[in-house]
Design a protein. Structure first.
Length: 131
């Protein structure tokens, strides 16, 4: 007899569970350390991305929002950056850091980028962040 199982209706359910548990909390708590390790790579990323004033940026897998905030600053007051992540603890940290740094053209979405219904033409650049 063959047992059939239903395919997972949420393709990243396991990742969602992991990033909303101890792993996500650890990354949120240690984000400054992780940012320090990726500083040079971020510089290269932004040099290649060439984000300019008025850009609309979608940062997929934004984590604690470091790349999202930098992109928002580069996009300027006429631009916008949206970060999406599956981890509530990391987005909580992203929102707190964004408020503390007074970056006003940023928003964050809690969701799975693989299944989220993004508006068409929502961005001029996409980043996988640390993913």
């Amino acid at each position: 007899m063959t047992t059939h199982t239903r395919p997972e209706t949420r393709p990243n359910a396991r990742q969602e569970e992991l990033w909303n548990g101890p792993i996500g909390r650890h990354w949120a708590e240690q984000q400054d350390r992780y940012d320090a390790m990726s500083g040079d790579l971020n510089g290269r990323l932004f040099a290649a991305a060439r984000i300019s004033g008025g850009a609309r940026v979608l940062d997929i897998g934004c984590g604690a929002g470091t790349i999202t905030r930098i992109a928002a600053r580069l996009a300027g007051p006429d631009g916008q950056a949206v970060g999406v992540d599956i981890s509530a603890p990391l987005l909580e940290r992203a929102r707190a850091r964004t408020a503390a740094e007074a970056v006003t053209n940023v928003s964050y979405v809690l969701g799975d980028a693989q299944t989220h219904d993004f508006p068409r033409a929502a961005s001029t650049w996409r980043s996988a962040g640390a993913a």
